[in-house]
Ligand binder design. Structure first.
Ligand SMILES: [Fe+2]
Ligand SMILES: [Fe+2]
Length: 347
């Protein structure tokens, strides 16, 4: 390439990049703190969360065995030969109501197995809500297979849906969004995302609606994932609700962050989602500390599922926490927590 041509090439590449950053990936404009140092996210009337599926995978022993055989927890999820027959997925529908009575619906995560998630979507009417645009965006908590690899099933019904991810995604995750196939782990998306892609910067408070904000936490997570983002809702007269995917940053960090930085979070109201306390077996010392530590936030509704783990839920019940129970249907293993097809309302 001659000098002129090279310069031309660099110039056009730069222009191409700029266009991409405008039309494609965008950083969310974070909220500025008020004079008090706190972030005012406003208030909403209610939040309703439907658990589309909380079953990440079918057989924990098999999943653990495959991970260990491939080199253990530090091995990238993108090189482990997962058994597709063991895949399910975590996905929830959030429906929040603003003080003036408007509803905003969005999906938290996509689940994992395409066929399993499609079944769940049809059962809960998510397919039609995606097609009609009733679901306003897809919020991906983190890159883990059971939360993100079901992407194609969402895009099948709405390839132009806006997607919000933490700014910590690895290149493999970005490729999956654009359309890619990873043969060994069995991760595939044949429908390139055509809508707006928004990234949340670490540690910033991002207001999504009046009374709803999202925060991305930076941390290394098992099987080489980085960062997880969670949601906060400030429900009028009730207090703050934390909504999480796996909560790898842990619920104490999540609630503490809100207490320090979000106006109104002095009063905690509830929590929904996976709390990653005892996902693979009995409650260990560290997990017990987290469960006991939750007492200081005095949550009025604890609607945990997914990777929280039944022994952790049982401990919460033993300690007298107001755990919201479910119906134990569609593959969820216990009625002690909000499971597949169950719903919880914070109002
Ligand atoms: Fe998970
Ligand atoms: Fe996870």
């Amino acid at each position: 390439m001659g000098e002129m041509n090279r310069r031309e090439f660099i110039k056009s590449a730069a222009i191409g990049g700029a266009v991409l950053s405008i039309a494609g990936i965008k950083l969310h404009d974070p909220l500025q703190a008020s004079a008090s140092g706190k972030y005012e996210i406003g208030q909403c009337k209610s939040v309703r969360v439907k658990c589309v599926s909380e079953v990440g995978w079918l057989d924990t022993r098999k999943l653990g065995g495959q991970m260990r055989a491939a080199g253990g927890p530090k091995t990238s999820q993108w090189v482990i030969p997962w058994d597709p027959a063991n895949a399910a997925g975590s996905c929830s529908l959030v429906d929040m109501e603003t003080l003036d009575g408007q509803h905003h619906k969005f999906l938290l995560d996509t689940g994992w197995s395409h066929s399993y998630m499609d079944e769940c979507f049809k059962r809960e009417g998510i397919d039609e809500m995606l097609k009609s645009g009733e679901i306003e965006f897809l919020f991906i908590s983190h890159e883990h297979l059971d939360h993100f690899w079901g992407l194609q099933t969402v895009l099948k019904y709405n390839p132009k849906i806006k997607i919000i991810i933490p700014a910590t995604f690895y290149p493999e995750g970005m490729h999956l969004l654009k359309g890619a196939e990873f043969i060994t782990p069995g991760a595939c998306n044949r429908i390139p995302h055509q809508g707006q892609l928004v990234q949340l910067q670490i540690g910033q408070v991002n207001k999504l609606y009046e009374g709803c904000a999202a925060v991305a936490f930076d941390l290394p997570i098992v099987i080489r994932v980085r960062g997880e983002q969670s949601l906060y809702f400030n429900v009028k007269d009730k207090g703050l609700v934390c909504v999480t995917g796996c909560c790898h940053q842990n619920i104490l960090t999540t609630a503490e962050f809100a207490r320090e930085k979000i106006a109104g979070a002095e009063k905690m109201y509830g929590v929904y989602g996976g709390l990653h306390i005892a996902p693979f077996g009995p409650l260990q010392e560290k997990g017990e500390e987290i469960v006991k530590g939750m007492a200081k936030f005095n949550f009025k509704k604890v609607a945990c599922n997914h990777c929280t783990g039944l022994p952790a839920v049982q401990k919460m019940i033993d300690l007298g926490y107001p755990v919201v129970q479910g119906s134990g249907k569609y593959g969820s293993k216990s009625k002690l927590y909000v499971g597949n097809g169950d719903e919880v309302v914070f109002a």
